[in-house]
Design a protein around this ligand. Structure first.
Ligand code: PEP
Ligand code: MG
Length: 300
């Protein structure tokens, strides 16, 4: 089966109306670039930056970050590379940030919440992303967003960073800003969020645990952690509808994005990007192809 799926590696899958469905890779480090390319990834739909922060004794410098994001962007250009800003909380502490002990870290000070409280951590990452955007097609997405205020506050910081870089005479470029939709709050205000950002990426791993009120790490409630539960599917559909109506791109980067049994439903809802572990990419391409449109046989 693996062998026959190889035939799908270089295909650009399309929806019946000709819209390209981008099958991208979820990556956590530069070491994974090659595997993603071998699999035929059409860019990166989620670059998790946590490892970069967890690997070092100190917070990674702006220069190290700029270099890392630039390497990633160059490797996949002209395809987009979506870098997620630091998504870390008390369950995965790192040196350089003092996390409070929390009773419910999954409901606590994590992701965009922590970053907005710590501009000394957030700004070097945003500056690094602005610098790296010169070298390829970088997009940036914010994790754990629950409302428009977080997006607006981030935009102010990005503007501040861009102004600083300009004053310093450093090369930088603007990037598209999007959000992960992974909290029930974000789903419920999706129409408002859609008018503020360039794209949505649905994070089904967290969205499922928060919609179902079932800890994703707790085996006792694993049965409830089911993306196919009608409540979760309804949340995904609502999110997609808000994006389609606003005319912004909507994709998915949770585990469910690679599920062959669900891809037809996601494409039907209007998702045009699915990001997954490299090992699922060829099967996902076949799956979209099987929906009916003639594919392009080569990378654009
Ligand atoms: C998600 O929540 O679906 C997601 C992709 O992010 P993570 O698994 O890193 O929380
Ligand atoms: Mg998540």
């Amino acid at each position: 089966v693996k062998q026959s799926l190889k035939a799908y590696k270089d295909i650009t899958p399309k929806r019946a109306d000709g819209t390209v469905i981008e099958i991208a890779a979820n990556l956590g480090s530069l070491e994974e670039i090659e595997a993603a390319q071998e699999a035929g990834a059409m860019g990166v739909g989620l670059f998790r930056t946590e490892l970069l922060f967890m690997r070092h004794i100190h917070l990674p410098s702006e220069d190290l970050q700029a270099e890392t994001y630039a390497t990633l962007a160059k490797a996949f250009a002209p395809y987009p590379v979506i870098v997620r800003t630091l998504d870390i909380g008390g369950d995965k502490p790192i040196s350089g940030i003092d996390f409070p002990v929390e009773e419910n870290p999954f409901l606590g000070w994590r992701g965009i919440r922590m970053c907005l409280d710590r501009p000394d951590v957030f700004k070097p990452q945003l500056r690094a992303l602005l610098r790296a955007a010169v070298h390829g097609n970088i997009k940036v997405m914010l994790p754990m967003v629950s409302g428009v205020d977080e997006v607006r506050a981030t935009r102010l910081l990005i503007d501040e960073c861009a102004a600083e870089l300009k004053a310093e005479g450093r090369d930088h470029a603007a990037f598209d800003l999007g959000i992960m939709v992974e909290t029930p709050a974000a789903v419920l205000v999706a129409p408002m969020l859609a008018s503020e950002v360039a794209f949505f990426s649905i994070g089904t791993n967290d969205l499922t645990q928060y919609i179902m009120a079932a800890d994703r790490l707790n085996p006792t409630v694993a049965k409830l952690n089911d993306v196919t539960h009608p409540a979760v599917m309804a949340a995904i559909a609502l999110t997609a509808k808000a994006a389609v109506e606003a005319g912004i791109m909507v994709g998915m980067c949770g585990e469910a994005a690679g599920r062959a049994d669900l891809i037809p439903a996601f494409v039907d809802m209007g998702l045009t990007e699915l990001s997954m572990s490299p090992s699922s990419i060829q099967r996902a391409k076949k799956c979209v192809l099987d929906l009916g449109a003639a594919p392009d046989q080569h990378f654009p």
